[in-house]
Design a protein around this ligand. Structure first.
Ligand SMILES: Nc1nc2c(ncn2[C@@H]2O[C@H](COP(=O)(O)OP(=O)(O)OP(=O)(O)O)[C@@H](O)[C@H]2O)c(=O)[nH]1
Ligand SMILES: [Mg+2]
Length: 298
């Protein structure tokens, strides 16, 4: 859908990782945007989906519990699919239930011909109606009253300013929550682990992207100015370990090389990166492991 791509477009830097694999984002990612007249705190969440593991249940919980906490919900849909799917219906229902103000954001419009824009937007706008979301709507199901419907391209940075203006226009006067130089509340170690996980997601297929977790075990500034980073890549099976390492370590080396640029930009220094691959069987179903990897219920 492009939620994380949109967060990064708003705050004009890379914070949330992005990939074409579903369920890329696993935590709530907070990003702060500042301008002269406003500070906006954006919360990117996992996509709501049908869970197959405890990790998936945790991710859904994170997403659903975030809805009532915000002033405005941005419902990001993929305009390059002309019709809403079952997933969109399900999410729209969750949003309707929360009763929050909602802006419908039709993303990926760079992939849609101009003359089809209104049609696509109308198709998604129809999700406001309980009867469109479900064949048997609950008697108390609510209609969504869209604050606005905005076509954008998060990837091509199109119409992001207009969306920002709309959001700022919705906000009430209030205290500034974060200092101006603070971009996120995520620890550096978490962001670095995510950058590494992103490269693995982009380079692997099938069940591997979902079976991987990354934990930064050491982050040490050395006198030379270099930062030493040691990270563990967890997989669920020995066979997956082999794939991540690759022939003569080639895959792991590439993961490191590709992660380096993002990490160096984040830290503003050169890094020395060491990656280790470890097997933790069935970790996505193990509550204690999930907790140590940062997938914990607050
Ligand atoms: N063409 C096009 N692709 C986009 C756009 N925005 C995002 N994408 C692509 O869509 C894919 C998913 O983007 P993400 O930002 O990771 O999506 P997400 O909603 O955060 O996904 P999850 O975290 O898995 O729920 C990536 O391959 C992006 O490059 C867009 O405006 N246009
Ligand atoms: Mg995401």
């Amino acid at each position: 859908m492009g939620k994380s791509t949109l967060l990064n477009a708003f705050i004009e830097r890379k914070l949330a990782i992005m990939s074409d694999k579903p369920q890329t984002t696993r935590n709530r990612i907070l990003g702060v945007y500042n301008r002269d007249d406003a500070q906006v705190v954006f919360l990117d969440t996992p996509g709501i989906h049908k869970p197959h593991h405890r990790l998936g249940e945790y991710m859904n919980k994170v997403a659903v519990s975030t809805i009532p906490e915000v002033d405005v919900v941005l419902f990001v849909v993929d305009g390059s699919s002309p019709e809403p799917g079952d997933g969109d219906k399900y999410v729209a229902e969750a949003i309707a239930r929360a009763g929050q103000p909602v802006i419908l954001v039709c993303n990926k419009m760079d992939r849609v011909q101009r003359e089809d824009w209104y049609k696509v937007m109308d198709n998604y706008k129809a999700l406001s109606e309980p009867s469109v979301r479900s064949e048997n709507p609950a008697p108390d199901a609510r209609t969504i009253d869209w604050l606005d419907v905005v076509p954008i391209s998060a990837l091509a940075n199109k119409n992001i300013d207009k969306l920002l203006d709309l959001i700022v226009g919705q906000m009430e006067e209030g205290p500034q929550y974060y200092p101006e130089d603070m971009v996120t509340d995520q620890p550096e170690k978490f962001v670095i682990a995510e950058f590494i996980r992103e490269k693995i997601l982009q380079m692997t297929r099938e069940e591997i992207p979902h079976s991987v977790a990354v934990e930064v075990e050491q982050l040490e500034r050395r006198d030379s100015g270099t930062v030493y980073v040691a990270a563990a890549i967890y997989v669920e099976r020995d066979s997956q370990k082999g794939i991540i390492i690759g022939a003569k370590g080639a895959m792991l080396k590439q993961v490191g090389a590709k992660s380096r640029a993002d990490i160096e930009e984040l830290l503003g220094s050169k890094i020395f990166l060491e990656l280790f691959v470890k097997v933790k069987e069935d970790w996505r179903n193990r509550q204690n492991v999930l907790r140590t990897l940062g997938y914990r219920d607050e």
